[in-house]
Structure formats: C-alpha cells, structure tokens
Design a protein around this ligand. Structure first.
Ligand code: GLU
Length: 314
C-alpha cells in the first residue's frame, strides 16, 4: 500500500471522480420512504478528510441528507464504547448476512444472533443495548452525542423524514418483535425500534460524514477537534464490520472491486475508510436494487482505481 498519499493526490482523484461520474444516470431514489422518494435526484457530492484534518469537498457536500443506514456505524461504535468489543460480538455478532438490509429470513437463519449491527436487525438490537437502559431520552442523548463526537459537529433530526419513516416501517417492526422472541432485544422493543428510526432520520452533510469516516481512519481521534472519541483498538473492529457487510448482499462484489471498506445508506450516502489515509463520503440519492447509491459507488471506485489503493494491497 502506498504509505505517503499526499493531499494533492487525493484532491486530484476526488475531482477527477466527480467530473467522470457527475453525468451518470441510473438507479432510483429509495421509493419505500416517501420523504426520500422526493429528494432531488440530481444532488451529488464527494467529501474527503485526511487524518490531519485537511478536507476536499466538491459538489453538494453541504446538503442535509438522511443518514439512514450509515447511522448504524456510529451506534455500533457507541455500543463498543459503552460495553466493549466482546459484548458486541456476543450479543449481536459480526457476520455477513449476504441478504438485504431488512431481511427477516436472515434472523430466522441465524436465530441465535442478529448477525451484525450494520443490518436493520442488529442495528435495532444495538439501540436496545445503548446505556442507560430504560430511558429513551438518555439513550437518544447518548446516540446524538456520540455522532457529534465522531463528526465534530451536531447532526439535526429531519422531522419530516422521521414521520415518513415511522409511518411506513412495518417490516422493521416485525424485525424488532422477532428479535424479542429470540431474546435479542435488551430493552423495550418499541423504544429500541423508535431510536433506530430516529437515528436513521438524522440530517447530516457529506462533509460531516467524511469527518466521521476520518475519525475511524485515524484510530478514533477526530481530525477536526483532536478528541479521542474511541479507543484505537476499536478502529479495526469498526472497519472490519464495514468491509464484511457494508453493501449488504453486494458486499463481496464491492470489496473485490474497490478494496475499500465502506457503508451505504438509502439516503444515498456511502462512507469509506482507508485506515491511516483518509475517510470519505460520496452522496447521490438514486440507488441500485440493493439500496446502494449508483453514483457514489462509481465515484469511490474511480477514486480507489485512480489512487491505486486497496486495503488488501501493500
Ligand atoms: N431506515 C432504513 C430502513 O430501515 C435504512 C435502510 C438503509 O439505509 O439501508 O429501512
């Protein structure tokens, strides 16, 4: 792996990817969440942040997008911060499902674990594990303050998205109660589901998500604030979760193609982490059939090829 990636090289690669991908078409906005279906499909931005805090931003990197499943990463980190990496493995798991993000089948197949905190089932369980148990308000405060630590600035709830998602999340409700049946919800199931829905409805910018990714890439130290948000030994655990299941049923294809541990969300954001090198976020609402942004994937692939970087290469 190239060990001296320069700011200029990263900047050139980000701009080249933006230019190459801005005209791409294909995919459609998440149609099952009414708010997301109506977001402007032409939005597109890429933001990268290096461990020293220098940033590169091009396009719509200040737009407040719905964080959606990218929120599963910070809450997995929060559970590790509060309970430790072993508890996360024991109570949730760190396995790929090979199945869609909201799969009920995955729970039935592996009823002793919800597999990973980066699919819906494991993310609802993660919300149930957040301390302090029993208090929705205090748990929510912990979730928001952890995201704020990771991004160096506050997220903002998009109330319209939260209402939109709460009134249509029937499958996630089934997931929460099925997990309860298997003894894998560690707090009130409805409260855990609501916290999950609310965290998915957070408005964040691509710039904020790039800083979050850079905090993971810098072993838990936020490059902007200098705060050690989580213990350095947790960083490879987080990156391994992202690599394993960040693209749901396309995770293997993604890693094989790009060599970039990354996590997607149906709001159109994808964050990527190159340990020690950079954190990145590409954002564009239209998604492929697995719920992954078409343009963001193309842009990140372009960047990794341009930089000749791959987590599996020296
Ligand atoms: N809130 C979405 C859901 O639970 C998140 C899915 C995703 O971003 O992959 O359906």
């Amino acid at each position: 792996m190239k060990d001296t990636l320069t700011y200029e090289e990263l900047k050139a690669a980000v701009h080249a990817a933006y230019d190459a991908c801005k005209g791409l078409t294909g995919g459609q906005n998440a149609h099952y969440i009414p708010y997301l279906a109506n977001v402007d499909s032409s939005l597109f931005g890429i933001s990268a942040c290096m461990p020293d805090g220098r940033m590169i931003s091009v396009g719509d990197t200040n737009y407040k997008l719905g964080i959606e499943s990218v929120s599963k990463v910070p809450t997995a980190i929060l559970v590790m911060r509060q309970l430790g990496a072993d508890a996360l493995l024991e109570k949730i798991g760190a396995d790929a499902t090979g199945l869609p993000f909201n799969s009920v089948f995955a729970i039935l197949l592996e009823n002793d674990h919800p597999s990973t905190p980066l699919v819906n089932a494991g993310a609802v369980t993660a919300c149930s594990l957040v301390e302090p148990k029993g208090s929705a308000d205090q748990k929510w405060k912990a979730i928001v303050s952890n995201m704020t630590d990771l991004m160096g600035s506050e997220p903002e709830l998009i109330d319209e998205l939260y209402q939109s998602e709460s009134s249509t999340n029937f499958q996630n409700r089934s997931i929460a109660w099925l997990l309860k049946q298997y003894g894998r919800i560690y707090d009130d199931p409805e409260m855990s589901l609501d916290l999950y829905t609310r965290q998915c409805s957070m408005g964040v910018t691509a710039d904020q998500l790039a800083i979050m990714a850079a905090t993971i890439c810098a072993d838990g130290t936020n490059p902007k604030t200098g705060k050690q948000v989580f213990a350095p030994e947790l960083a490879p655990k987080v990156t391994s979760l992202m690599a394993t299941v960040g693209f749901y049923q396309h995770s293997g294809d993604w890693l094989y193609t790009t060599g970039l541990p990354a996590k997607t969300g149906v709001g159109g954001a994808v964050i990527g982490v190159m340990p020690g090198q950079f954190g990145i976020c590409a954002f564009s609402p239209p998604l492929d059939d697995a719920g992954n942004s078409v343009k963001a994937q193309a842009a990140l692939k372009h960047i990794m090829e341009g930089l000749k970087l791959n987590i599996f290469s020296r």
